[in-house]
Design a protein around this ligand. Sequence first.
Ligand SMILES: *[C@@H]1O[C@H](CO)[C@@H](O)[C@H](O)[C@H]1NC(C)=O
Ligand SMILES: *[C@@H]1O[C@H](CO)[C@@H](O)[C@H](O)[C@H]1NC(C)=O
Ligand SMILES: *[C@@H]1O[C@H](CO)[C@@H](O)[C@H](O)[C@H]1NC(C)=O
Length: 225
Amino acid sequence: MVLAEQGGDSPLRPPPHRRNLPRYHSHRSSSSCSCRCCWCWCCCFLLLVLVIVIAITAYISLIIKPRVPTYSVDDFSIGDLNLNPTDLTIRTKFIVTVRAKNPNDMIGIWYKNGSYVAISYRNTLLCSGCLPSFYQGHHNTTVMRVVLEGQSKLGAEVHGVLEENRRTGRIPLDVFVRVPVGLRVFNIDWRQVTVNVTCALVVDGLSPDKKVGIKSADYKVDVDL
Ligand SMILES: *[C@@H]1O[C@H](CO)[C@@H](O)[C@H](O)[C@H]1NC(C)=O
Ligand SMILES: *[C@@H]1O[C@H](CO)[C@@H](O)[C@H](O)[C@H]1NC(C)=O
Ligand SMILES: *[C@@H]1O[C@H](CO)[C@@H](O)[C@H](O)[C@H]1NC(C)=O
């Protein structure tokens, strides 16, 4: 139908030449087309992977909504504080009540065995202990009582500075916490990581008969992957 119409419109145009040219072109473009298709598939595949990764990330941040747990010290009391003035040995027992809040909807936290908590004063370790090991579920607030005990010998210089700090009511303490934690998302336990927390604490006094007031606390958190 089309051929008959063309033939009728322009009978002078040589049909073989016209037929050869498109055939030559079509032969060449078919090989470059298959190559282009290959690239096209590669691009499509990469795009698909990218879309999946973006979708998973969006899903995690939108549905799981990871949030950092919060901790606060409810109470800091002194069970025992005994400084022997003759040989400058100090025996301490601190009881720290920590309120840990897991604000997540989908993430549970395992506080595992093998944690370590230490309090030192000017590089002298005063006392140490550990955190309880437990699983903290979604939207759970747990109050943990951490007992730290120890005995050490103060250098004469450190003792002098401590007496001075006690008079001025500003005693700097270094708190170190090392705790292995695991995360549980959708009932799957993920790899365990170790969290180090160092806290520069300034307290207003250290007397067995008086409650310890915290003047300032400066936290630093490191995660060991
Ligand atoms: C952790 O400690 C608890 C109590 O001390 C014990 O029952 C449990 O078996 C320990 N878990 C591991 C993995 O050591
Ligand atoms: C929070 O978790 C702790 C430890 O698993 C558990 O003993 C406590 O009952 C939980 N609290 C609530 C309100 O579910
Ligand atoms: C955490 O503390 C331990 C013991 O002090 C140390 O060996 C480790 O390198 C620390 N990790 C980080 C990430 O600071």
